[in-house]
Design a protein around this ligand. Structure first.
Ligand SMILES: O=C[C@H](O)COP(=O)(O)O
Length: 226
């Protein structure tokens, strides 16, 4: 069954989605970009508050594709105790260097999730390299939230191909990118492991606004019904 990832930016929002029984609590600062990072101290506070009641993931920020910079950010985030660390692979040919650098960290059982961007024409051959480097998962998201939802920036065939490649490599597979309630039925056809939401959970569907409990409940119920 496809699970629900909910992105939050505070202890209060984390408690709301915990109470709504989401499956992964994702720590992100939407005001700082597609994968904006929360302050390390706040990540630690949320991890302590959730206290192993739900898996927690965290983004490291919209960082330049520089191997040492990303390696250092992952190492710092790893100290917070989150279960998963999400790393944005922005359009750049340098991805193999970064994967090679991070492979050393995955050997310490660090669960890394690569985030590819559907509106950046990702090279899906990276999926095989991620598996070889010991990554735990891969997901699609969108960089420019003004471009619409994931389904509007990537064809059904490519979405299906992405999920197929990820599952073939036994990687945890997620789909995200301005997803709405209306996107859920079509995306569930591909049977991803999870769907990720932020904008659809917020007041006026604005990802930088406050998260709304009722909106979160509606998305959770829609996933549970399918
Ligand atoms: O991983 C999930 C993302 O936070 C989705 O955010 P979004 O709904 O604003 O695109």
């Amino acid at each position: 069954m496809t699970k629900m990832l909910a992105s939050v930016n505070s202890v209060e929002e984390a408690l709301v989605v915990l109470q709504e029984n989401v499956d992964i609590i994702d720590l992100k600062q939407p005001a700082l970009g597609a994968l904006g990072a929360l302050d390390i101290a706040l990540v630690k506070a949320i991890v302590a508050t959730i206290n192993n009641r739900c898996p927690v993931s965290a983004t490291i920020g919209d960082l330049p594709m520089q191997a040492q910079l990303i390696f250092n950010a992952v190492q710092t985030m790893a100290e917070t105790g989150v279960e998963y660390i999400k790393i944005g692979f922005f359009p750049d040919n340098n991805w193999q260097t970064i994967i090679d650098k991070l492979s050393g960290l995955t050997q310490n059982n660090l669960a890394l999730i690569a985030v590819l961007f559907a509106d950046g024409q990702p090279d899906l051959s990276v999926i095989h390299a991620l598996k070889n480097a010991g990554f735990t998962g891969v997901m699609l998201d969108t960089m420019d939230k003004k471009n619409g939802s994931l389904s509007q920036v990537m064809s059904k065939n490519t979405l299906q191909h992405f999920v197929h490649l990820a599952k073939n490599q036994q990687l945890l597979c997620g789909l995200a990118g301005s997803l709405t309630l209306q996107d859920i039925p079509d995306l569930l056809i591909y049977q991803p492991d999870y769907l990720g939401f932020r904008g659809a959970l917020c007041e006026q569907h604005n990802r930088t606004s406050q998260l709304n409990r009722q909106s979160t409940k509606l998305i959770k119920q829609a996933l549970a019904r399918c």
